[in-house]
Design a binder for this molecule. Structure first.
Ligand code: ARG
Length: 461
């Protein structure tokens, strides 16, 4: 049999392989709500503009509601002959209301229909992701407030560098997510224009009201160029880029949780509810959720790469390649939803071993910079020279297996006579973090300011 939608021009129907390669219904059925909403906006406009009669428009709108009711109850039927969600819905509408259903497709094409549906879907995905990220930020800020004074080693090259506070470290991730949300807001605002009415590529000769459909669907305006509107998938790329940078940030946090939960670190205990055991080693509690968040970032970045490569060689306007835009976006959105929720649970539910973190900060000569700074401040020594003197002190302490502040004064004075008793006050990890009170620094007072600003921005108490 030939295809019911375009059979007029065809002598033979599609081969089995054509049906299968062509079908997007297995995944684009996820667009059914958006497809119904866009069709309802379109038919209401057709009715108001007198392009179809008010009566027909009413029948079609009622029929669309009935189809939506069926989908909500039974799911969307998957018939490959109907290719996609647009034809599936139209075919069912025709079964329910008869030939008048054929008027719905006046002045539109699947090209502007899919562009509209997909924008609506991505817009919602942006909103859901933003809400998830706000909750994760809330968890980070809460824990940061609890640990504004908890001292841990700060690292560069994963070598102990200077003491920092756990609150400061957690707030670093708050900042990354703040930028992710700001990128998200930019992208959402940029994409909020309605392609509907661009028709196949050139617009339409019917006297449609594009402002009406754009407004009904919550868009700021109709898109300005019909060729662009049916060809553009930047909005999906923007979404995937926002997902990718966010996934990358979550992955770095996941990596740190994994490291911190390992026995040699022993900084945190992850919640049981987000860990797994081993089938052979009874002692094990594995950070699988964190590992999966780290791992999924690869798939999310892959989704961005995949769609960029799909789009890069396509001439205007629509090409069927663009049907492949949806799977990467759907996959990335669902991975991000899971990852953000899992990370929120891990941040909210982990317990921090602050004694162990503090002890680690006291190893590794984390306050060596404080000694050098003291020599600059109290003895007027140029920083480069102070650095050298301090290096000698670290070398001596290391050879004796002592911390810097365990070196006797005589030994320090043997290295440089300008050192006196007061230096010890600068060498504790507490003094070290308290001293770093520059704006944005790790001093507990600064961390509390960061937390306060963040709580205000999030509207949390
Ligand atoms: N299933 C198609 C897609 O997802 C809908 C648009 C088809 N348009 C066309 N001219 N074949 O992209």
């Amino acid at each position: 049999a030939t295809n019911a939608m375009w059979g007029g021009r065809f002598a033979a129907g599609p081969s089995a392989i054509m049906r299968e390669i062509n079908a997007s219904i297995p995944f684009d059925k996820a667009l059914w709500r958006q497809d119904i909403a866009a069709s309802k906006a379109h038919v209401a406009m057709l009715g108001a503009a007198g392009i179809v009669s008010a009566e027909d428009a009413g029948v079609i709108a009622g029929g669309l509601d009935a189809v939506a009711g069926e989908y909500a109850q039974n799911g969307v039927p998957e018939n490959w002959d109907l290719e996609d969600i647009h034809m599936t819905t139209e075919a069912r509408l025709a079964e329910l209301v008869g030939p008048v259903a054929g008027r719905l497709h006046t002045a539109r094409s699947r090209n502007d229909q899919v562009a509209t549906d997909f924008r609506l879907w991505v817009r919602e995905a942006f909103d859901q992701m933003d809400a998830g990220l706000a909750a994760l930020q809330g968890a980070l800020v809460t824990r940061a407030g609890e640990h504004a004074d908890s001292i841990m080693p700060g690292f560069t090259h994963l070598q102990t560098a200077q003491p920092v506070t756990l609150g400061h470290h957690l707030m670093a991730y708050y900042e990354m997510l703040r930028r992710d949300r700001s990128r998200l807001a930019d992208a959402r605002a940029r994409m909020n224009e309605c392609p509907l009415g661009s028709a196949a590529l050139a617009g339409t000769g019917f006297p449609i009201d594009r402002d009406a459909t754009a407004g009904a669907l919550g868009f700021d305006a109709p898109t300005a160029n019909s060729l662009d509107a049916v060809s553009d998938r930047d909005f999906a790329l923007d979404f995937l880029y926002v997902c990718s940078t966010t996934a990358l940030h979550l992955s770095r946090l996941a990596e740190e949780l994994i490291l911190w939960a390992s026995q040699p670190f022993g900084f945190i205990r992850l919640p049981d509810s987000l860990s797994t055991g081993s089938s052979i080693m009874p002692q094990k509690k594995n950070p699988d959720a964190a590992e999966l968040v780290r791992g999924h970032s690869g798939r999310v970045i892959g989704a961005l790469t995949s769609l960029m490569i799909t789009m890069k060689g396509l001439p205007l306007a629509y090409s069927k390649d663009m049907q492949d835009d949806k799977p990467p976006v759907f996959e990335a959105a669902s991975l991000m939803g899971l990852g953000i929720a899992a990370m929120t649970g891990m941040i909210a539910g982990s317990s921090f071993n602050t004694a162990r973190m503090r002890a680690a900060a006291e190893l590794g000569y984390a306050t060596a910079t404080d000694l050098a700074d003291w020599l600059v401040r109290e003895a007027g020594i140029p920083f480069r020279e102070a650095h050298h003197i301090t290096g000698s002190a670290v070398k001596l302490a290391e050879s004796r297996g002592l911390a810097l502040d365990q070196l006797p004064l005589e030994d320090l004075q043997a290295i440089d006579a300008r050192i006196d008793q007061r230096v010890y006050a600068a060498l504790s990890v507490d003094a070290s973090v308290a001293a770093r009170s520059s704006y944005g620094g790790t001093a507990p007072a600064q961390v509390r300011l960061q937390v306060e600003r963040a709580n205000q921005a999030l509207g949390q108490a």
